[in-house]
Design a protein around this ligand. Structure first.
Ligand code: SAM
Ligand code: SF4
Length: 334
């Protein structure tokens, strides 16, 4: 066993340095997006989810191992009671970046406090600008609140605001240009995400609805000139610039492109399961360590270091030779 004091970073057996974690702070949500949840979700009992203190402890130990970026996600992070107290403590950890992915419905109230707590960038999911389609996809609605939330985020002055849209045939594939127009008019970025086969979708057959980002890009190029850019952020987006505009367009293509070679991240589910790859089941039960009175931070740290041995090389979506993940996105932390 390597001695604890020597360990200062996380490097997997493929030489990839892990400096980014995605921390799921809840599996609950006020929406029920068709690609993410079933309509009648059963959420985890309270005793099974990490407390805010446990989430903070995990985050802090990760920072001691060189993690510089933390993204809070879920479920809907802003739906967790008292989540701001956790965010304020994380903001004081001295991270390079504290990031949040949200459905935006509560940003009118929380955008300014989030910025003050140290959140540097924010991603807001919006799949449609049409109230009826938005309702069909999210199964809840609240488009007006999300639009107000986006404006509040822009006004709060985050380093960057990015919209996230999952394009699905038969749901919103005719809105790609409208979404880009909207992003350009607001001067924010937008990323298109290919729908991933995580868990079973109850309202549609994913292989029929998934739109490749190559198709989305072509749709955008009917109106906009796109300029390729080498720019990358913490995540797997490939960005292009919109000519003569401030906005950038990101393409996250987990289905049609494998971006695992430079994977720098791991996920922690709200049950405290360290998930080494979005598309595989390899994981470590951190909750058991967190709740074992005999395990201190050194034990937790060692478990994180050891986990690097089982980080898979890549995911294999829609590959019949490999088991497909059974978890829905809200339990993983998207
Ligand atoms: N509730 C927040 C939100 O919607 O932004 C954060 C959690 S959500 C799981 C994070 C991101 O995952 C969202 O942008 C959502 O669109 C995306 N997502 C959820 N399920 C997905 C799937 N099956 N394939 C691709 N993206 C998915
Ligand atoms: Fe909720 Fe986000 Fe999943 Fe939609 S994508 S159901 S907003 S967690």
């Amino acid at each position: 066993m390597i001695e604890d004091k020597q360990i200062t970073e996380l490097i997997d057996k493929f030489g990839r340095r892990i400096d980014y974690i995605r921390l799921s702070v809840t599996d609950r949500c006020d929406f029920r997006c068709v690609y993410c949840m079933t309509e009648d979700m059963t959420f985890l009992p309270r005793a099974q989810i990490l407390s805010l203190e446990e989430l903070y402890r995990v985050a802090k130990v990760f920072t001691e191992l060189g993690v510089r970026k933390i993204r809070l996600t879920g479920g809907e992070p802003m739906a967790r009671t008292d989540v701001m107290s956790l965010i304020e403590k994380l903001g004081a950890l001295g991270l390079e970046e504290l990031l949040l992915t949200t459905n935006g419905a509560q940003l009118e109230k929380y955008a300014a406090p989030l910025k003050a707590a140290g959140v540097s960038r924010i991603n807001i999911s919006i799949d449609s600008l049409d109230a009826e389609k938005f309702k069909r996809i999210s199964r809840v609605g609240k488009l007006a609140e999300v639009l107000t939330g986006i404006d509040a985020a822009i006004a709060a002055g985050f380093d960057r605001v990015r919209l996230n849209s999952v394009v699905m045939r038969g749901y919103n594939e005719d809105e790609v240009l409208d979404l880009v127009d909207y992003a350009v008019s607001r001067g924010v970025d937008i990323a298109f995400i290919e729908e991933m086969p995580l868990g079973e979708a109850s309202d549609h057959n994913r292989e029929e609805t998934t739109c490749s980002n190559a198709w989305v890009r072509k749709a955008i190029e009917k109106k906009y000139q796109l300029v390729d850019s080498a720019e990358k952020t913490a995540g797997p987006s490939r960005y292009v610039k919109v000519a003569d505009a401030k906005s950038r367009i990101g393409f996250i293509s987990p289905v049609t492109h494998n971006f695992c070679g430079d994977c720098n991240r791991v996920r922690v589910t709200v049950e405290g399961r360290l998930l080494l790859c979005l598309g595989n089941e390899h994981s470590v039960d951190l909750r058991a360590i967190l709740r074992d009175p005999l395990s201190d931070d050194a034990v937790l740290k060692q478990a994180l270091v050891n986990s690097m041995e089982i980080k898979p090389e890549r995911h294999f979506f829609y590959d019949s030779d490999h088991a497909q993940p059974v978890r829905l996105m809200n339990t993983i932390g998207g």
